[in-house]
Design a protein around this ligand. Structure first.
Ligand code: ADP
Length: 187
């Protein structure tokens, strides 16, 4: 199974991604986690990404593609993947499709986690208290939401046009969201 999770910051991509990947026995690939690991290790890529992430902007397409695509290809060769946070722009989706043509890495379904704006802000500011992520400050969150609206939300139409999109009401308990996703997964 090959799945994409799309949603604004705070919509629960990480939580649902982890649960679903475990349940389905597929690889959970979270773009933000991969970037944060590079920052923590102090690699060249991590040093380049750190300031961009702190502002809530997107790292350059070639950087994220180089980080994610080898892992996608490896996961396709195994049981499949659940990608969360990639692609995040239509350009990334188009480029990823070109790169992975040989291995048929195209997703079987795309899940859009839909949550009202006020609830997103509430969740992220609550998470900031416990997790201490450098990009969970109010100003950065506002920018991340703007970046989502401008750069990422066109992806929702892109996948809808391809007949792959499922809109999930993600303003429910974690268990209910997981159940709603499982219900729409292709057999
Ligand atoms: P969230 O969805 O809550 O913003 P993520 O952990 O998915 O959290 O992403 C954190 C940050 O990592 C983003 O704000 C961005 O700077 C960077 N990032 C993650 N995925 C991508 C991507 N596909 N393209 C560019 N930048 C990305």
């Amino acid at each position: 199974m090959k799945l994409l999770l799309i949603g604004p910051p705070g919509s629960g991509k990480g939580t649902q991604g982890g649960r679903l990947a475990e349940r389905l026995g597929i690889e959970h690939l979270a773009a933000g986690d991969l970037l944060r690991a590079e920052v923590a290790e102090g690699t060249e890529l991590g040093r380049e990404a750190e300031a961009i992430m702190k502002r809530g902007d997107l790292v350059p397409d070639d950087v994220i593609i180089a980080l994610v695509m080898p892992r996608v290809e490896a996961a396709v060769a195994a049981n499949g993947y659940l990608l969360d946070g990639f692609p995040r722009t239509v350009e990334q989706a188009v480029e990823a499709r070109k790169l992975a043509e040989r291995v048929d890495a195209a997703p079987d379904a795309v899940l859009y986690l839909d949550v009202p704006r006020e609830e997103l802000m509430r969740r992220i500011l609550a998470r900031a208290e416990t997790e201490g992520r450098a990009d969970d400050t109010e100003d950065t969150v506002r920018n991340r939401l703007k970046v989502f609206d401008e750069a990422t939300s066109p992806l929702v139409d892109y996948y809808r046009q391809r007949g792959l999109l499922h809109v999930i009401d993600a303003d429910q308990s974690e268990d209910d969201v997981t159940a709603a996703i499982v219900e729409v997964l292709p057999g």
